[in-house]
Structure formats: structure tokens, C-alpha cells
Design a protein around this ligand. Structure first.
Ligand SMILES: *[C@@H]1O[C@H](CO)[C@@H](O)[C@H](O)[C@H]1NC(C)=O
Length: 380
């Protein structure tokens, strides 16, 4: 009996009728699943009766993968989270003292295409160079593969052999510079991969680019700025801030600058610098951090005699434009003769005894608002 690893042998005890070779069948006969799905096959002994041993293995004698399990009585084979490598025929063999019989079952595992581009790019080439990029697509069912240029829906004419679809130029021209996309699809899914081809630029010198040239964010947010650079050898990417150190709550990984909990003082220009032995290249991101207003009254308390002039200025920090409104606490309107200016001033030319009390200024911008109180005391 074969006890090699990967082959699971389990015995099932049935009553004993000597001399009959067991007959075997499997349900279902064929199964097709998508990658990640599960499936079970049941091996049935129809005229056994003897002491029968059931044995599952792959028809090609390869070991069963780790995600293939056999149930306690040996009859059920389960493939959990099916993978492309589970594809193939499985064989159930029933053995008794009278002889053995087996049946085969086919498992098809469908999966969405996977693409590999060779070379992966970006490619820097000289005018007139021969250039070719191979797109190797695997998938089940076998995917259809096509190349197109970014920004165009035209399918490019390519060379096709087996699973490889090759984009090819005998002599490349400057106008061929661009991003090319290989797309592969089947009835499970679609994948694509891109390659950038740069014709005629100085070979190897870095070219840096950022994902956004300008951004406006709100105080307290986290911000990421991405920088990419072509060039060979692969350039080192560093970030700095124009005329200031980087905010202390920052980190840089893989060319991505992350700022957490940004404040108004973090506004400014951020510079990505890509450097290699051939030179360096800079790219810029301008960030504005917007803040809600913070209002104060100047003065916040004032003592006057009847007939004096009242002047209170409402001041606010925060992103512009800021608008101001004055109200009187506990009253529907400002006293007759009071004036509130666009710049946040509250004016009463000659105060009366009845004008005493609390006045409220509300400063508002498009992010939020803030209020401040001024107390006016009138004493004869
Ligand atoms: C970028 O790097 C180059 C070379 O290291 C250096 O000369 C240049 O000043 C750097 N630019 C900034 C903004 O740091």
C-alpha cells in the first residue's frame, strides 16, 4: 500500500461480503469553480459490502495541495478556496480483498487574468532603437489580450504567440513616447498593466513628477503627497519644504510624504527632489491649509457714560473671507442708532443708559464659525 506524503488513505468499515470487486462512482462528475470558491466530491461504492478502503489522489500522481481535505470516512474530497493549481483530474480508488476499481473526476478552476510585462518599464530608449514589450497573460478560460495606447481606444497591431502578445517597433520615433496598456480579459475578470516608453530623453537622468500640483485641505486633516521619478539608476526621492523645515508630524516612505494633523503654519510649497548619478529633478506641490475662524472682541468689556461713543472691534483668525454679524444677547435687534460694519466693528455714536448689556459677534467662513462676547456697562 502506498503511504507516500500527499496521498491520504482512509478505511471505511462496511459489512463483509467476500468476493465482490467494488464499483465506484463520483458525484459530481465534473465541476467548474472560480478561484476562491469551494467544492466537494463524494466517492460512492455502489456494490461494495466488503471491507473497502477508499483512496483519493490526483490522476497525474502529483501530491494533493494543502487546501484539499478528505472527510473522516474517506469518501468526500473537499477543495476549499480553490486555486489555479487545484485544476485537474482526481481519482477515487476503492480497494477490497476482491480487487479494486477507480473513477475519475475533473475539477476546473477559473481565474481572472494575470499579466506580466517584460520589461516592466519605464523604458528610456533612443530614437531609432528597436523596442519590444511582451505581455504574458495567464487566466482560465484563456484570456483575450490587446494593447492600446493610453488616451486612445484603438487596438494596436501586435505579434501574438501562445500566451505572449508583443508590442514591437523596428525603429522607434519620438512621437511613440507614451504610456501603453496591455489588457487581458476573460469571463471571470479583466486586468491591465501599463508601461511608459520615453523616447529620446537624456538616458538615465531623473524626471520627477507629483500627483497634485495644488491642494487645499482643512486644519486637522492628514495629507499625502506622492512623488514619482523616472531615471536610471532608480533615483532617490527626498521631500523638503520651501524656506522651512518639514512639519514634525511627517513621514516619508516610497516617495510618499504623509503629514498628519496639519495646521495653518504647514501651508506652503513642498518640494520633491529625485536624485541619481546623472542629476536631479524637482517637482512641487502647493498646499493651503484652511482653518475655521477664531473670534475675539476688542475690548471685551467697556464702561461708558450716557452720550459717549461705543466702538468694539470683532477680530478673527482663520481662512478668508470671514464675515461678521453682531447681535445683542437676549434682544431681537441691535439698539436704534447702532451700526455693525463689514469689517466687524460695532458702533454707537452716543450711547443711552438702555444700551448696556452683552453683545455677541459671530465670525463665519466656509469652514465654520466662532463667537465672542463684549460687555457694555453704562453708568451715569
Ligand atoms: C535636490 O538635490 C540636488 C542634488 O542633491 C541639490 O543640489 C538640490 O539643491 C536639491 N534641491 C532641493 C530643493 O533640496
Amino acid at each position: 500500500m502506498d503511504l507516500s506524503p500527499g496521498v491520504l488513505i482512509l478505511c471505511s468499515l462496511i459489512c463483509s461480503v467476500a468476493g465482490q470487486v467494488p464499483a465506484v462512482s463520483i458525484e459530481p462528475r465534473v465541476a467548474a469553480v472560480r478561484q476562491g470558491e469551494s467544492v466537494s466530491f463524494r466517492c460512492q461504492v455502489t456494490n461494495g459490502g466488503q471491507r473497502v478502503q477508499l483512496e483519493w489522489r490526483r490522476a497525474n500522481n502529483q501530491p494533493l495541495l494543502d487546501n484539499v481535505k478528505i472527510g473522516p470516512d474517506g469518501s468526500v474530497l473537499t477543495v476549499a478556496n480553490a486555486q489555479p493549481g487545484n485544476q485537474g483530474q482526481y481519482r477515487c480508488t476503492a480497494v477490497s480483498s476482491a480487487g479494486s476499481n477507480s473513477a475519475n473526476v475533473m475539477l476546473n478552476v477559473k481565474y481572472s487574468p494575470k499579466i506580466q510585462l517584460t520589461p516592466a518599464g519605464p523604458l528610456q530608449v533612443r530614437v531609432g532603437d528597436p523596442v519590444s514589450v511582451e505581455c504574458r497573460a495567464t487566466g482560465r478560460p484563456r484570456p483575450t489580450v490587446a494593447w492600446q495606447r493610453q488616451g486612445s481606444t484603438l487596438q494596436l497591431v501586435t505579434e501574438e504567440t501562445n500566451d505572449v502578445n508583443t508590442l514591437k517597433w523596428a525603429a522607434i520615433r519620438p512621437e511613440d513616447s507614451g504610456v501603453y496598456i496591455c489588457q487581458a480579459g476573460n469571463n471571470v475578470g479583466v486586468s491591465e498593466a501599463k508601461v511608459e516608453i520615453i523616447v529620446g530623453r537624456l538616458l538615465g537622468a531623473p524626471v520627477a513628477s507629483v500627483n497634485t500640483a495644488e491642494m487645499t485641505v482643512t486644519e486637522g486633516q492628514s495629507v499625502t503627497m506622492e512623488c514619482q521619478a523616472s531615471g536610471f539608476p532608480a533615483p532617490e526621492i527626498s521631500w523638503s519644504k520651501l524656506r522651512a523645515p518639514l512639519p514634525w508630524k511627517h513621514s516619508v516612505a516610497d516617495g510618499v510624504l504623509t503629514l498628519t494633523d496639519v495646521g495653518r503654519q504647514d501651508s506652503g510649497q513642498y518640494i520633491c527632489n529625485a536624485t541619481n548619478i546623472h542629476g536631479y529633478s524637482e517637482a512641487y506641490t502647493q498646499m493651503e491649509v484652511e482653518t475655521p475662524p477664531y473670534a475675539t472682541c476688542l475690548p471685551d468689556q467697556v464702561r461708558l457714560r450716557p452720550g459717549d461713543a461705543l466702538v468694539v472691534q470683532c477680530l478673527a483668525h482663520g481662512s478668508h473671507p470671514i464675515s461678521f454679524t453682531w447681535t445683542r444677547v437676549g434682544r431681537a435687534s441691535l439698539p436704534a442708532g447702532a451700526e455693525a460694519t463689514m469689517e466687524g466693528k460695532l458702533l454707537i455714536a452716543r450711547v443711552k443708559q438702555s444700551d448696556g448689556g452683552a453683545y455677541k459677534c459671530v465670525a463665519t467662513n466656509h469652514i465654520g464659525s466662532s463667537e465672542a462676547l463684549a460687555k457694555v456697562i453704562i453708568k451715569a
